[in-house]
Structures are given as structure tokens and as C-alpha cells.
Design a protein around this ligand. Structure first.
Ligand code: SF4
Ligand code: SF4
Length: 184
């Protein structure tokens, strides 16, 4: 049987406006948010986004919970977590023996959180921030003492926490958390 002819729709050429419609809309949105005090550009570090608990930020070791199993170092896909051998004195028996402790190198870490997830004793946890400044790359390779401290977070001292919410008219808008009287 011969194939039936198909009526193809030819796209209309439209006027000059249709050619630049996308550009004009983009400019209009830019102008709208430029003059709006609630525009969503983050004025960092005067403002910062308050991240939720559970965010995969920097990682801290609770040494007293660590059972030296090494799972965190074994699972790390970036070779950022490694084990170092250090003497440990058992407070109950007073005996000293060598143990393997995890330390982290933030030059390599990709913040995947596998090490925290795999730890059987919850000896590792994330802090809910990721904008920490180290002055040199050397000090990003933490020793056991540093790994037990939450990194200093200057942004919290400098800025106001904000969050983004969806507004029916404006779309995405930025809201200062303190002004709302929300719990920090
Ligand atoms: S967060 Fe991921 S990359 Fe970083 S130390 Fe843990 S397992 Fe390794
Ligand atoms: S997985 Fe947890 S308990 Fe095991 S060595 Fe790492 S931090 Fe310690």
C-alpha cells in the first residue's frame, strides 16, 4: 500500500518581537530583582545560608566513641581519611598500647559522608557548615587533636543567617531568620 501523505506544520516566522522574546524576558527579570529589596542575591559574608542539621559539612571525631575499627578509612573513596598509629593508655587498666586512629585530609575530602555513615559507633559527625578558611594547605591535613575540634566558623560571627522560601508572587525570596524570630 502506498504511504499516506503527512501534513507537516511549518513553524510561523513570527515578528521581530518573537525573535528577542527570551532575551527581553530575561532582562525584565533582572531589572525586577535589581530594584526589589528582597532580591535573592546572597550578600556573603554579611549574610549566609543557615544549613539544616544533617548537612554534610566538616567532620569531627569523638575519640571516646572510636573503637579503632578503621572502617572510615577503608570506605573513603578519596583517600582523605587515613589511620595513624599512636599510643593509648587505657584509663581502667593503666596499660599503654598502640592503636590506629583516623585523621582527615581536607585537601582530598569530597564530603561524601561515607565515613560518617559507616562508623558503627557514631564516633564521627558532620557540622552544618562548609565555609571554613585554612591559611595553608598543610593545616588542612588535620592531626588527631585538630580532628576532635569543630572548625572555627567565622561566617556565623560576621553575618546574619538567611533562608530561601517560595513566595507566590515573587518566586524564590530570601528571608532573614532572625527577623522572623525563629529559633537559631
Ligand atoms: S567525607 Fe567522604 S571523602 Fe571525606 S573523609 Fe569521609 S569518606 Fe572520605
Ligand atoms: S569507623 Fe568510627 S569507630 Fe571505626 S575507626 Fe572510624 S571513627 Fe573509629
Amino acid at each position: 500500500m502506498p504511504a499516506k501523505p503527512v501534513n507537516k506544520q511549518v513553524p510561523s516566522k513570527g515578528g521581530i518581537f518573537s525573535k528577542f522574546k527570551g532575551n527581553i524576558e530575561a532582562i525584565a527579570i533582572g531589572v525586577k530583582f535589581f530594584f526589589n529589596p528582597q532580591r535573592f542575591t546572597l550578600i556573603y559574608p554579611k549574610e549566609y545560608i543557615k544549613l539544616k542539621e544533617g548537612y554534610r559539612g566538616f567532620i569531627v571525631l569523638r575519640k571516646d566513641k572510636c573503637i579503632n575499627c578503621g572502617s572510615c578509612a577503608r570506605i573513603c573513596p578519596a583517600a582523605a581519611m587515613r589511620l595513624i598509629r599512636l599510643p593509648f593508655t587505657d584509663p581502667k587498666t593503666g596499660k599503654t598500647r598502640m592503636k590506629l586512629w583516623p585523621v582527615i585530609n581536607y585537601n582530598r575530602c569530597i564530603f561524601c559522608g561515607y565515613c560518617v555513615d559507616v562508623c558503627p559507633t557514631e564516633a564521627l559527625y558532620h557540622v552544618p557548615y562548609h565555609d571554613v578558611v585554612y591559611e595553608t594547605m598543610d593545616i588542612m591535613d588535620l592531626d588527631l587533636e585538630m580532628f576532635q575540634k569543630e572548625p572555627e566558623w567565622d561566617t556565623e560571627k560576621l553575618g546574619l543567617p538567611v533562608k530561601y522560601v517560595v513566595d507566590e508572587k515573587m518566586g524564590l525570596i530570601k528571608v532573614k531568620i532572625k527577623e522572623e524570630g525563629e529559633k537559631q
